[in-house]
Design a protein around this ligand. Structure first.
Ligand SMILES: Cc1cc2nc3c(=O)[nH]c(=O)nc-3n(C[C@H](O)[C@H](O)[C@H](O)COP(=O)(O)O)c2cc1C
Length: 357
């Protein structure tokens, strides 16, 4: 591991920030206490909601942790396309007896105000997704002693993040659960996502920064493979989502290994930006024509998804999951960190033995 990362965690295992409740302070603290690096997700939270979680985790652990922020999105969404989608969701409105939300309710996710708090009262790590912060923002965190991580999905994005002054890159493969952290959502790049092992090698040859690899990693042997490919550490979301400490909805947790849900796909149906989830009715029906309009579609469908969860209907929920979801193990987070570290160790030993033959 690079020294930036060894100062933060004993094992090369980061628990992914997961907006929507999964990566709560209890989960993040348990991972950090066990020698990994826990992350809070500030996305969709109010500024105060984010700060309360920061205070909470400080009461649970004195180990380093991170906070993840969503970058504000350019105002390019076509309002006519959002209106058409609103009409296409009419059947859902009557089925769940719930109105659609205001698509303009949370445009920039409180980005500036969240930055201000995290600079006033610095945390050990801040990561970003959906774009790259300005050089000035990254420098201000460097001054505050905060390590910055920028999510990238292509070598070109990696180059931009390095030039802007990021400390570490989170290299996200197309296997990843939840949103792809691409800088721009563009229909032209659909189906062009890069698999993690290939992406690590491409990015490793483009930039010199430490890399945290993420996407589809569920076992220590896969962590070993990512490290062998050139990553310095790994970040796991789906694997931690099912832990008892995770705040994910119980139906979401159960769906990971429910044989009803056999595969994942990238969809804009729930939020207007490609995100990987278990294929369910809502995705099948609305995915094919959902517009590229994030975060407007997120706010449009929030109430529907809550109503589906309330009535126990997993077919109407956003069941974010990586391609490895069937390998999920419902272990306490600290135990999962230990198991992953042991598996990593075993995989590395096997590799060394093979080499010495
Ligand atoms: C439920 C869920 C929510 C997520 N929310 C965020 C988020 O708020 N910010 C972020 O940078 N990544 C988010 N991600 C993506 C993760 O950071 C990570 O890239 C992904 O989980 C890796 O793939 P895996 O789930 O197969 O491990 C989320 C992933 C999931 C499964």
């Amino acid at each position: 591991m690079s020294s930036v990362l060894t100062d933060l965690c004993r094992y090369p295992i980061v628990q992914a920030p997961m907006a929507g409740g999964a990566s709560c302070p209890q989960l993040a603290a348990a991972v950090s206490e066990a020698g990994g690096l826990g992350f809070l997700a500030a996305g969709y939270k109010t500024v105060d909601g984010m700060y309360q979680e920061v205070k909470q985790i400080r009461g649970l652990t004195s180990r380093p942790f991170g906070v993840n922020l969503f970058m504000p999105q350019p105002r390019t969404a076509d309002s006519a396309a959002i209106e058409v989608y609103r009409q296409q969701l009419a059947g859902e409105v009557s089925w769940y007896e719930t109105p659609l939300g205001d698509p303009d309710s949370g445009r920039d996710d409180g980005y500036e105000a969240k930055l201000a708090i995290l600079r006033d009262d610095p945390v050990p790590v801040v990561s970003f997704t959906f774009g790259c912060p300005s050089r000035a923002v990254l420098e201000s965190f460097a001054k505050a002693g905060t390590v910055t991580v920028v999510t990238v999905t292509t070598p070109e994005e990696a180059q931009i993040a390095q030039s802007a002054g990021a400390d570490v890159l989170c290299v996200q493969g197309v296997e990843a659960g939840g949103h792809q952290g691409t800088y721009r959502d563009d229909f032209a790049t659909d189906q062009s996502g890069i698999g993690l092992l290939t992406l690590i090698a491409l990015v490793r040859e483009t930039v010199e920064l430490p890399l945290v690899a993420t996407g589809g990693l569920m076992r220590g042997s896969q962590i070993a493979a990512a490290l062998a490919a050139g990553a310095d550490a790994t970040q796991l979301g789906t694997a931690f989502l099912v832990c008892p400490e995770s705040g994910a909805h119980p139906l979401h947790k159960r769906a990971m290994t429910n044989p009803l849900f056999v595969r994942t796909e990238l969809t804009r149906a729930f939020t207007g930006r490609p995100a990987r989830g278990l294929v369910n009715r809502f995705m099948r029906e609305h995915g094919p024509y959902a517009p590229a309009a994030y975060p407007q579609v997120h706010y449009l469908t929030t109430g529907l998804r809550k109503a589906a969860a309330k009535t126990g209907d997993a077919q109407g929920m956003a069941l974010w999951a990586g391609q490895g979801h069937r390998l999920a193990r419902e272990l306490p987070a600290a135990q999962l960190v230990e198991v992953l570290a042991d598996e990593l160790d075993a995989a590395s030993v096997n590799y060394a033995q093979e080499e010495s033959r």
